[in-house]
Write a protein that binds this ligand. Structure first.
Ligand code: FEO
Length: 395
């Protein structure tokens, strides 16, 4: 069912309460998500974005209950990943000649996905589309987070339609940020930023500053996932500037895998040493074989330092730790300190391998790491605690 945003704008998207993972299985979505599509009725009618493919018929059926599809004058595609463009083919079956406004790269992506010769209109930053009493202004936002991404600003209602930017995977029927739990929404917004946008932080900073310099009055930010920022919309803009600037809380995260508990015992003893030197610092431990990878990644995102531990397995590291290190590399974290540790039985290669991964990921590696043969006894655990103290002193 459509939901009213303003007298001229209705939400016509899909709340996906069932979604538990996104991008295949790359990103966990514990609180579901939504695919937000917006219908603007002025003298002209514009539809902003569609929804994910599995909901294409449902979307078009409900849209047709809201408005005669033939009355739609323009389709605006801010971003063309399948979660926003998936329902386009079904919609275009009914209105094949309606122009689709998107960036040049957006057109290439739509053509690459759906292989249709629709009526594309390429737009650039500053291009406008008059709807009557209101005007849409397009702002390219390449690599936030795909090359085709753009934002659309609506004058008159002072709404920034930001697609993935400022979004969260958060299902709610309430739509607006002031109608839901603020803590939950900010957790999901940070997780979304850390896992999807942090890689492009330099572009985020530049784009946010560019938008702020445009001196637009922004009464609402309408992203394509999760809640609409209606109450104090600048709060999420300010958060983005913080998150994009090597964001850190006073936290150290220890992420490890363990075969027979030796690496876990090491992790605990190292944590004791860190807490001893830095009593005000939060130290969190995660067994990455059991924990949600994206939640661990979000903890690492906002940590001062990360310690990665793995037993040596067949001259290598554990599958879970290898996956985490690959994800850390993808995030392009800045100003993050790191260290390695792990137990071993004979070759003891894991610590060296972890350090190589951390270095290639751009983290500042503190020393050669610590490895312990077989099961650490009290003396070995005391060495681990001392190692924790040494790491803490370098933070
Ligand atoms: Fe929500 Fe990049 O798609």
């Amino acid at each position: 069912m459509a939901k009213k945003i303003t007298s001229r704008v209705n939400w016509v998207g899909k709340i996906d309460w069932e979604l538990t993972s996104f991008h295949g299985d790359e990103l966990s979505t514990h609180r579901g998500s939504s695919y937000n599509s917006y219908l603007i009725r002025d003298k002209k009618v514009a539809l902003i974005d569609t929804v994910w493919l599995p909901y294409d018929k449902e979307f078009v059926t409900r849209l047709a209950q809201e408005i005669d599809l033939n009355k739609i004058d323009y389709i605006i595609m801010n971003h063309n990943e399948v979660d926003h463009s998936g329902a386009l083919p079904e919609l275009m079956r009914y209105i094949p000649d309606v122009p689709i406004y998107c960036t040049k790269k957006g057109e290439a992506i739509i053509r690459g996905h759906y292989h249709q010769d629709w009526n594309f209109v390429n737009v650039k930053t500053g291009d406008t589309l008059e709807l009557g009493d209101t005007t849409l202004t397009f702002i390219e936002a390449s690599m936030l987070h795909w090359p085709d991404t753009m934002f659309t600003y609506m004058s008159g209602e002072n709404i920034l339609f930001s697609n993935d930017g400022f979004g969260q995977h958060y299902a709610t029927e309430s739509l607006f940020n002031d109608a839901v739990c603020e803590v939950e929404v900010m957790q999901e917004a940070e997780k979304y930023y850390a896992n999807i946008l942090n890689t492009y932080s330099m572009m985020v900073t530049k784009k946010v500053q560019q938008i702020l310099a445009m001196n637009l009055t922004i009464d609402m930010i309408c992203p394509s996932h999760g809640v609409i920022w209606k109450n104090n919309p600048t709060q999420i803009v300010e958060k983005y500037l913080q998150w994009a600037d090597a964001y850190q809380l006073n936290q150290v995260t220890i992420a490890y895998d363990t075969m027979w508990q030796s690496t876990r015992l090491m992790a605990q003893a190292i944590a004791d040493g860190i807490r001893e030197i830095l009593p005000d610092t939060t130290v969190k431990l995660y067994n990455v074989a059991h924990e949600d990878k994206n939640d661990v990644l979000t903890e690492i995102f906002h940590s001062r330092a990360v310690l990665i531990g793995s037993p040596t397995i067949n001259y290598g590291i554990s599958f879970a730790v290898a996956g985490l290190l690959e994800m850390i590399k993808g995030l392009k974290l800045k100003k993050k300190k790191a260290a390695a540790f792990g137990s071993y039985g004979w070759s003891g290669d894991a610590v060296k391998i972890i350090n190589e991964h951390l270095t290639s990921a751009g983290l500042e590696v503190l020393g050669d790491g610590l490895k312990m043969l077989w099961v650490p006894d009290q003396e070995a655990l005391a060495q681990c605690t001392e190692y924790g103290r040494e790491i803490a002193k370098q933070l």
